[in-house]
Design a protein around this ligand. Structure first.
Ligand code: ZN
Length: 409
């Protein structure tokens, strides 16, 4: 059992300890680890992630990469490199202060926010997650409106501004029962650690917390999302809130400069751009159809009829599948029966084989035959087939030879 110095003082960033155990790799494939008799390093638990920092022994300064709690109460400090220390040796521990402060801001912010949702809407927090970028709580509620989110955010920030004292208290489970805790933990321990935000929230928690709510900085609520057990609310506190707002502002500024508009006008500009895109797509489709009509007419005029049908073979270096499909439809809808073998050689390469209704050939089979030689995938019905050829060099000659071999006309 490691003595947890952080239980009593979240601002303790340095400590002395004795080495109880040194392990080269406590779990298969893991880093080396040490167990100390006491530690200020917080191990991942209760939604809060671990501290990092350094353990210094003699001349060695070892980076603490991860801290975990074992079932027997011992705290494992995983190190980035193998320690040259022995059982019984003395070490000096150093917490990464920047990371610890961030975790304190997020975790204390979570307590304030969870209490705000209870006070305003009687919505209990069922879980808390602290990520590298943002944190989230899951609320036990069937619905959550944006007005409710804003009201909870406002109350939480009021509590921050009031800079209420945050105290750590230890009580027995019996005492805890009569204190009206926001959440009662399982009562298997003989002592409970409580985090007491003066006149606002009292809850059992093992985490590292600020000593006054003012240290949380602002609390910014972001995405909300319906989840299985209720509603998830993402939030960021303190310096993270500033960093997040800064990032959002940079994104919005970049979007605004692309539109040469003010920040507030970006949504309107996007709407306008979407409408323009829709309109230009429609006009492009119309033009493409007209172009296909013209091409079809010209190809039919150029192609002589033989044995009661015309065979049109053509490849295009600058057209795509959509265009050659349109063209194939038009060619095969004429009064004279037509077999069309069309190719597009770029963006990406495509083949379309089509025949007028009533002709005896099988375009699907012909496509499979062509792709067996060219590589690529595709298929289709008796009258229309399409594919993506693996190679396109000499495609025109290939299609001419294919038509001749297959007795198309
Ligand atoms: Zn907590």
């Amino acid at each position: 059992m490691t003595e947890r110095l952080y239980y009593h003082d979240s601002n303790l960033h340095e400590f002395e300890a004795e080495v109880l155990d040194v392990m080269s790799a406590p779990n298969s494939g893991s880093r080396p680890a040490v167990i100390l008799d006491r530690t200020a390093f917080y191990p991942t638990s209760g939604g809060q992630v671990f501290d990092t920092g350094w353990i210094i022994a003699d001349q060695q300064k070892l980076r603490v990469a991860e801290v975990v709690e074992q079932e027997d109460g011992a705290i494992l400090h995983y190190l980035e490199s193998a320690p040259a220390m022995e059982k019984g040796g003395r070490v000096h521990g150093l917490i990464d202060v920047e990371r610890r402060r961030d975790h304190m801001q997020q975790h204390s912010g979570q307590h304030v926010l969870s209490a705000a949702f209870v006070r305003l809407f009687n919505m209990a927090t069922v879980s808390f997650h602290m990520g590298a970028d943002y944190c989230s709580i899951d609320l036990d509620t069937k619905s959550l409106s944006s007005d409710q989110v804003q009201a909870a955010e406002a109350l939480a920030n009021d509590v921050v501004m009031e800079n209420r004292p945050v105290a750590i208290r230890f009580v027995t489970p019996e005492e805890a029962r009569n204190l009206g805790l926001r959440k009662l933990p399982p009562m298997e321990k003989d002592q409970l650690r409580l985090i007491d935000i003066h006149d606002f929230d009292l809850t059992a928690c093992g985490g590292t917390h600020v000593s006054g709510t003012g240290q949380i900085g602002c609390i910014l609520l972001r995405k909300t999302e319906k989840v299985k057990q209720g509603w998830r609310v993402e939030f960021v506190c303190g310096k993270r809130a500033v960093a997040t707002a800064r990032r959002d502002y940079a994104t919005l500024t970049e979007a605004a400069s692309l539109f040469s508009s003010h920040l507030e006008d970006v949504p309107q500009q996007i709407k306008k751009a979407q409408e323009e895109t829709r309109a230009s797509r429609k006009s492009r489709e119309q033009l493409l159809e007209e172009l296909a009509d013209l091409h079809a007419a010209r190809l039919l005029a150029e192609t002589p009829e033989s044995t009661g049908r015309k065979v049109v073979i053509r490849t295009y270096p600058d057209r795509d599948l959509t265009f050659i499909k349109l063209l194939a439809q038009r060619l095969t809808r004429q009064s004279t029966p037509v077999v069309a073998l069309l190719g597009a050689t770029s963006n990406p390469p495509a083949l379309v084989f089509a025949e007028s209704p009533g002709l005896p050939f099988d375009m699907g089979a012909l496509m499979r035959e062509a792709l067996a030689q060219l590589g690529g995938r595709g298929g289709g019905s008796k009258e229309m087939a399409q594919g993506g050829p693996g190679k396109v060099e000499g495609l025109d000659e290939f299609l001419t030879a294919l038509a001749r071999r297959s007795d198309l006309g």
